[in-house]
Design a protein around this ligand. Structure first.
Ligand SMILES: NC(=O)c1ccc[n+]([C@@H]2O[C@H](COP(=O)([O-])OP(=O)(O)OC[C@H]3O[C@@H](n4cnc5c(N)ncnc54)[C@H](OP(=O)(O)O)[C@@H]3O)[C@@H](O)[C@H]2O)c1
Length: 322
């Protein structure tokens, strides 16, 4: 079958032939219709992810949309290596297949689940966002950041501040619900001052962070309080991605002068029960179907995967079509 096959860590996969998968107990063969090309797919292939591939060759792709032998259309996650979603067929555990409604097309369904559930999980499960709270999103111009803006508004956030690098995309974020935007193209000191101005007296309640690195350091410099009074409210920072850097330097003063709490949102702390996932996927699809959540996608034929792998996405998700 045709597949996107990775032979060398830190190289793009190649379009070539790969052996057909065979289902074992409790597994199903999925005939793939669409597979989104996400940062995690690239990180797994570049070796920069904590769960990066240890055995090669593998077919790339962590999830997708496909049909089962009985014709059911499903979203599936976690194909059994060396099989992946960027291929004509793959093999997954039956419990990792979720039926999807007819009114959401293959590309959107394939693209929205990873960033949509991540945005939802970070805001609801980790930050426990309450209606009326102020949310700041670092990396709001990315696909996941754009969904986080919309999700925060759906959940009743009071004010959403979108922070990003790409000015063209940043200028479109008001349409998705951002109340204010901050452009990253300024020196760290100026950026910290912009954060201080936006924080005002009440501060940020929730920070969803897709960047980490120097941008987060500039933000945390703004969270440090310059008096000896108790801070009136908590600041919950949820670390989701590391697009700007894998580490930060954390000043001790920020933890003592504020009520900063730092969480992570990822596979290690995701909701455990399958019922919670099924309900979250159902809710996500329903919000997409009624237009309450929007995501930009671009269809890419499987034989162009190598080229797509190396392109910047500009807030739009490439979806590989076998
Ligand atoms: N933990 C999880 O479960 C989970 C789930 C989804 C995503 N993530 C992570 O979250 C991050 C964003 O995901 P995504 O889907 O939004 O990816 P994406 O669509 O590729 O967007 C990447 C974002 O990072 C920004 N960026 C990249 N390099 C930067 C730099 N040096 N300085 C400042 N901004 C920079 C981009 O800004 P421009 O618009 O200017 O290019 C864009 O906003 C990734 O690290 C991804 O792995 C984690």
């Amino acid at each position: 079958m045709n597949a996107a096959v990775l032979h060398t860590i830190n190289q793009p996969p190649r379009f070539e032939q790969f052996p057909e998968p065979v289902a074992e107990e409790n597994e199903v063969i999925v005939h793939v219709l669409a597979a989104a090309l996400k940062p995690i797919d690239k990180q797994m292939a570049s070796g920069s992810h904590y769960a990066a591939y240890s055995k090669l060759p593998v077919v790339c792709g962590m999830d997708g949309v496909g049909s089962l032998d009985d014709g059911t259309r499903v979203f599936f996650g976690g194909p059994r290596p060396p099989y992946g979603s960027m291929a004509e067929r793959t093999v997954v555990s039956r419990s990792r297949c979720f039926p999807i409604p007819d009114n959401v097309n293959d590309d959107i369904a394939a693209a929205v689940v990873n960033p949509g559930l991540s945005a939802w999980g970070a805001l609801v499960w980790r930050a426990q966002l309450a209606p009326g709270e102020t949310v700041l999103i670092l990396g709001a111009t990315g696909v996941t950041g754009k969904l986080a803006i919309q999700t925060a508004k759906l959940l009743g956030a009071g004010r959403v501040i979108a922070v990003g690098r790409n000015e063209q995309v940043l200028n479109t974020l008001h349409d998705l619900g951002a109340d204010t935007t901050i452009h990253l193209g300024k020196p760290d000191q100026d950026l910290t001052e912009a954060f201080v101005r936006e924080a005002g007296d009440s501060g940020f309640d929730v920070i969803i962070d897709y960047l980490w690195g120097p941008t987060t350091e500039a933000l945390l410099a703004a969270v440090v309080r310059r008096d000896l009074k108790p801070a009136s409210s908590r600041v919950r920072l949820v670390e989701v991605g590391e697009s700007a850097g894998p580490t930060i330097s954390l000043a001790a003063a920020v933890l003592r002068s504020s009520r900063l709490e730092i969480f992570g949102a990822g596979s290690g702390n995701a909701a455990a029960s399958p019922e919670i996932w099924i309900e979250a996927v159902r809710q996500l699809m329903s919000n997409v179907a009624c237009g309450a959540l929007r995501i930009d996608t671009e269809r890419v034929p499987l034989d162009e995967v190598e080229n797509a792998w190396q392109r910047e996405q500009q807030g739009r998700r490439a979806v590989i079509i076998p």
